[in-house]
Structures are given as structure tokens and as C-alpha cells.
Ligand binder design. Sequence first.
Ligand SMILES: Cc1cc2nc3c(=O)[nH]c(=O)nc-3n(C[C@H](O)[C@H](O)[C@H](O)COP(=O)(O)O)c2cc1C
Length: 227
Amino acid sequence: MKVMTFNGSPRKKKWNTVTLLNNALQGAQSTGAATELVQLYDLTFSGCISCFSCKRLSRKKDGVCSVQDDLTPVLDRVKEADALIIGTPVYYGAESAATRAFLERLCFPYLKYSKDGRSLFPRRINTAMIYTMNAPDHMLPQIGYDRMFAMTQMMLQFHFGACELLLSSDTLQYSDYDKFEAEAFDKDAKRQRHAKVFPDDCRRAFELGVRMASGEVPEAKPMPWHE
Ligand SMILES: Cc1cc2nc3c(=O)[nH]c(=O)nc-3n(C[C@H](O)[C@H](O)[C@H](O)COP(=O)(O)O)c2cc1C
């Protein structure tokens, strides 16, 4: 069992997203799975360049992105993975730029433009998105984040078979709120909430890692356009 995780935060050590990913990794490792953490911000790569090589009728192989950059060997390893866990901070109501570019390159080569709308990924595997964000829980539907999460979940489920979401809201952005602009926040309330809730987010991430490594892929829900 091989579980690959991807950190889409430029803050590569200790911060919110990578901490949750490390907990998920530990959960996967506790089941005996082999794991890998890919730091997306260590790689130089682009999003999809719309060359459509992956859609050419004369292509030699399915599911291969012909762009050659630092992501190429990573995408090769994805072919052998049994689970993918992608962590990202929310930036301006979406995944971080590197995560978005990664998702385009990861998914588009497996999208088959056929009437039955199949994915070319040859197996059904578990995937998960871990989102960390400054916004508090109660605001998420109000500002449309639930739709953004659901869209990415649907995309991964369609291409790979299943996708779980783990949301960690109201995160800390600074180690010391007194040294940065923070007028908009109730600093003490934020610190207190973090101390109370983030350990629970870490526990949920650990359990997610265990589930991802179980090899049991939940039944796929039909895509809205197939219902
Ligand atoms: C450029 C930038 C844009 C951000 N935009 C949002 C946003 O739209 N909504 C939100 O809830 N948090 C936003 N945040 C806060 C981060 O999502 C949040 O602090 C996250 O937990 C950071 O993850 P990290 O600690 O792993 O880097 C933004 C942060 C940055 C740096």
C-alpha cells in the first residue's frame, strides 16, 4: 500500500496544512503503508498548458501529460499509488496556486471525452483533500466555500473513484499576532480556539490517513451529469 501526500502550502514546516498532512501520514504509516510527502512549493512546474497531447487520437499511452517539468516524475509515481492526500490552504476562496496547477496536471490526462464519461485512471483509489483556512466554520456556506470544496471533491471522485474532505477552519496565520496586522481578528479568541480545536483536527487527519491506507474504496456516487 502506497499513500502519497502533497503539501500545497508554501509554508513547508510546522504550519497548519503540513501539520495535518503529517498526521495523515502517521495514520497511514500506522497501518504499515509506505508513504511519501511531496512539497509542491519545492518543485518548478506549470498547470495544464492546453496542448491536448493527452487527447490526441494518435497518442501512444493514456493518462500521460506530455509537459516535462519537475511534476513529471511525481505524476509517474501517482500511477502506482493506492491513495492520494492533497493538503492546501485556501487562498482567495480557492486552492493555492500550486495546488490548482497540480490538480489540472493530475486530472486532465485521465479525462476521456467520451459519451460514457470515463476516467482513464485504471484503478479506483482513495483520495482526500485537506483544506485549512482562516475563515470560521459558520462563514463557509455564506461565502460559497462549500461549493468550491464540493467541486474539487467531485473532480477527484470522478477521476480516481472516491474523495473525502477534511476541513480545518479558523486557523492561526501568524505565530505571534502582536507582530503583524491583525486588527480584524480577536487574537485571544483565535489562540484559544486553536489550542482547543486544532488537536482535534490533527486527530481527524490521523484517522483519515488510516482510512486512506485501508484499501477499501467507498462506492462512487454517480456524477450529476450521469444521474
Ligand atoms: C495569499 C493568501 C490568501 C488567503 N486567502 C484566504 C481566503 O480566501 N480565505 C481564508 O479562509 N483564508 C485565507 N488565507 C489564510 C490561509 O488559508 C490560512 O491561514 C491557512 O491555514 C494557511 O495554511 P498554512 O499555515 O499551511 O500555510 C489566505 C492566506 C494567504 C497567505
